[in-house]
Design a protein around this ligand. Structure first.
Ligand code: FEO
Length: 165
């Protein structure tokens, strides 16, 4: 079964959104490097790489279904934030937006009775639960230690341990 035009177009848009996410998190990584938080920067760099993997999962799905991938311009991303907390709050808000986009694609796939796309999207539903939890957990920790330099350095060290999966 071919992808419907509507579903193909929604997945193409999602490839762009995932690459935009990669660009956003890499920009956040560069911001953290600039304020000497190498651990936060490491976490964001790993996150950016995961976003490229997400884009590729959507890309491959279109190709496997004999659809047409159309890559479009990536919109500009912010380049600085007020604080580590501000950056992670923005990351969390962004993930909530991505979750809503994926739910929207799933609704189109359901209306199309496209079970192959539905199955592919299941992985993303699970992934979004994890991504929202991870970013919100860091937001909550940053809120707790907001004005403690020692706390910030400890969290920086913890996030420095993340490796790309
Ligand atoms: Fe690809 Fe962070 O969602």
């Amino acid at each position: 079964m071919m992808l419907s035009k509507k579903l193909g177009s929604a997945i193409n848009k999602q490839i762009n959104a995932e690459l935009w996410s990669a660009y956003l998190y890499l920009s956040m990584s560069a911001y953290f490097e600039s304020i000497n938080f190498g651990g936060f920067a490491n976490w964001m760099k790993a996150q950016a790489q995961e976003e490229v993997d997400h884009a590729m999962k959507f890309y491959n799905h279109i190709i496997e279904r004999r659809g047409r991938v159309v890559l479009t311009a990536i919109a500009a991303i912010p380049t600085s934030w007020k604080s580590p907390l501000h950056a992670f709050e923005e990351a969390f808000k962004h993930e909530q937006k991505v979750t809503a986009m994926i739910e929207n694609i799933a609704a189109i796939a359901a209306a199309d009775k496209d079970y192959a796309a539905t199955s592919m999207l299941q992985w993303f539903h699970d992934e979004q639960v994890e991504e929202e939890l991870q970013t919100d957990t860091i937001v909550q920790k940053l809120k707790m230690i907001e004005k403690s330099t020692g706390g910030l350095f400890m969290l920086d060290r913890e996030l420095g341990k993340r490796k790309k999966e």
